[in-house]
Ligand binder design. Structure first.
Ligand SMILES: Nc1ncnc2c1ncn2[C@@H]1O[C@H](COP(=O)(O)OP(=O)(O)OP(=O)(O)O)[C@@H](O)[C@H]1O
Length: 587
């Protein structure tokens, strides 16, 4: 606490004493610098007292002192001005606040008459000085409190302005005292247009609600605007008496979005969760990683169960949007007539059966994040131009709505259908196709990356055993071979299901061939792996190759086109394939 902070009032006190008592006054701070003075010392304001001056003793012992004839007084024994001091007498009185020294008030006599006056009235002057000291301390306290409150209120204002919710503070009559920037944004009005106005000027629904004794939530509409919000009214009480109200404004979309994020859970799927080292899957992963950071639309193509959604989530989590929602919708699993409202949302009463509150669609939910439209080939024709428009214009309207809502999401779509063929048949719009197919990524089926089966099945075994709280099991050699042999029409999803089935039915740590589901056992019984144990390795491999080629011919056919396909799946030249077919008499 510094007396210099209230220098002008300290000087006023000094002048007042001079007028009343007709003696000169000096007031110093705790460091013995002159804060205020009258008479010949006025020019020394801001300067320190002479070294070892008697007021230093007053400050040190904290008691008032009468100093008679400073030039010869013992109290001034070591003063640097001793012998040259113009004072005839002085009273020094310590100014204190809650035991802390703030400075010293000195009454100084320069002539005999003044000396007589302070000498004779010493006792009453000490009482007088103690009152003045309290006055100065109170004054300083007040200024310090005001400064502290000003800083605090600025800090609180910054904090409230930075909140995600709108905040309005009203007095007990409902008059607006304060409004933060978020509330200005939400209500689309400037705070200076609202301060001191009744809150019903902007939120007419609040008539009466402010008197509710406890905090309450309600939905209100903004005057003359097609906007509504969920608000929470919180009474502010001091000594159990309501002194004001805080109105917290939430954007419903924000609340629903947060709720969605909570329910969805922030899945942290990354590219490391996509298991497989085969060249095909590495190629897909590398491309997906490369494009993840961008904004371009991705089209994931591949059979059902190959991991398209897994890729979509990994792309989302590797993008700048990872802290915003990932919203997935399967176009094939929602009836046509519901898909539109599911995507675009609707206003209250938009159609029969619609909720009166209206509902937010997935496009809005995905704001800032990623929208994943699975089975895009099943998007009904009548919705295709609507989605195209959102992608082109970045805005849309809810069903039955009049307000244009702007959206910003990254679109990832997926399909296992032949979109090009659908375009030819007029089942899919070409313009939408080009918009979606900016970055196509092909996810290969499991049978095209048979080398991944081992790693994948170990990964899935561990994952599933952990989930079911079971001891980690291992696959027997026969089961592994059966897995290689099988062609996995349901891809990784099917493998995952088979693994879960095996964990449930197998009693032992090692999963035996007998535990396999019949569908897989039957495949194994084909001659492909019927290997006699005493055969030479070359014979075993030849036999394996022959049976493998036979099974491909059975599956894909025998025409030249079919053989071209087989050779590309197996990664060998067509001529090599023909040579092998000849060798095994399979032509
Ligand atoms: N490479 C992989 N590594 C680990 N798990 C995988 C992999 N690919 C798929 N899966 C798992 O297989 C299951 C099916 O994957 P996902 O749902 O992503 O496939 P999809 O291609 O989107 O299927 P659909 O087209 O039927 O929707 C999921 O449980 C997924 O975690």
């Amino acid at each position: 606490m510094e007396l210099f902070n209230i220098q002008s009032s300290v000087q006023e006190v000094a002048e007042a004493i001079l007028t009343v008592l007709n003696v000169d006054v000096t007031i110093v701070d705790k460091n013995l610098n002159r804060v205020a003075a009258t008479g010949m010392y006025k020019d020394l304001i801001g300067k320190p007292l002479p070294k070892n001056c008697s007021f230093e003793m007053v400050a040190k012992i904290g008691e008032p002192q009468f100093i008679d004839s400073p030039n010869i007084s013992e109290k001034c024994f070591s003063c640097s001005l001793k012998g040259d001091c113009a004072e005839l007498a002085a009273i020094g009185y310590p100014i204190k606040s809650q035991g802390e020294l703030l400075g010293v008030i000195g009454l100084i006599a320069f002539d005999l008459e003044q000396k007589k006056r302070i000498q004779e009235n010493y006792d009453s002057l000490v009482v007088f000085l103690s009152k003045l000291g309290d006055l100065l301390a109170g004054n300083l306290n007040y200024i310090n409190t005001i400064n502290r409150l000003t800083i605090q209120s600025q800090e609180i204002k910054e904090i409230i302005d930075g909140l995600d919710n709108g905040i309005i503070c009203t007095d007990t009559m409902g008059k607006i005292k304060f409004i933060n920037s978020k509330a200005e944004d939400y209500l689309q009005i400037k705070s200076y247009d609202l301060i001191n106005k009744h809150v019903t000027n902007i939120l007419p629904d609040l008539n009466g609600s402010l008197e509710a004794p406890a905090s309450m939530e309600t939905r209100v509409t903004v005057k003359n605007k097609k906007k509504s919000f969920i608000i929470k009214i919180i009474p502010v009480k001091v000594k159990n008496k309501r002194v004001s109200s805080i109105i917290e404004i939430h954007k419903t979309t924000n609340m629903v979005r947060s709720a969605y994020r909570l329910i969805e859970g922030s899945s942290n799927i990354t590219f490391d969760h996509i298991i497989g080292n085969s060249p095909n899957i590495i190629k897909a992963k590398n491309l997906a990683k490369e494009v993840a950071k961008g904004r371009s639309t991705v089209l994931l193509r591949g059979e059902s169960g190959t991991g398209k959604e897994l890729f979509a989530r990994a792309i989302h989590n590797a993008s700048d949007r990872k802290n915003f929602p990932f919203v997935a919708i399967n176009c094939a699993s929602i009836p046509d007539n519901l898909l539109e409202s599911e995507l675009f949302g609707y206003e209250g009463g938009a159609f029969t059966g619609a909720s009166s509150q209206g509902q937010m669609g997935k496009l809005e939910l995905a704001k800032g994040g990623t929208l994943f439209l699975d089975e895009i080939g099943d998007l009904p024709l009548h919705l295709q131009p609507k989605i195209l428009r959102v992608l082109q214009e970045g805005t849309f309207m809810r069903l039955g709505g009049k307000e244009l809502i702007s959206v910003d999401f990254r679109l990832i779509t997926a399909t296992n259908r032949n979109l090009e063929g659908m375009i030819e048949k007029g089942e899919f719009r070409e313009d939408l196709y080009y918009r979606l197919n900016v970055i196509p990524i092909y996810i290969p089926p499991l049978r095209e990356r048979i080398e991944d089966i081992d790693k994948l099945s170990r990964y899935l075994l561990k994952k599933c055993c952990n989930r079911l709280g079971k001891e980690i099991k291992i696959l027997s050699q026969e089961v592994k071979e059966a897995f290689y042999r099988y062609n996995w029409p349901g891809n990784v999803r099917e493998l995952e299901n088979v693994v879960e089935y095996l964990i449930n039915v197998e009693k032992n740590k090692k999963i035996s061939f007998e535990s396999l589901p019949n569908s897989i056992k039957e495949h194994f019984n084909s001659p492909l792996l019927m290997v006699k144990k005493d055969n030479k390795l070359k014979d075993i491999l030849d036999n394996y190759e022959k049976e493998l080629l036979r099974s491909y011919l059975e599956e894909y056919g025998n025409t030249t086109e079919d053989k071209k396909k087989i050779s590309s799946i197996l990664g060998i030249n067509l001529s090599t394939l023909y040579r092998k077919l000849n060798k095994y008499n399979l032509q």
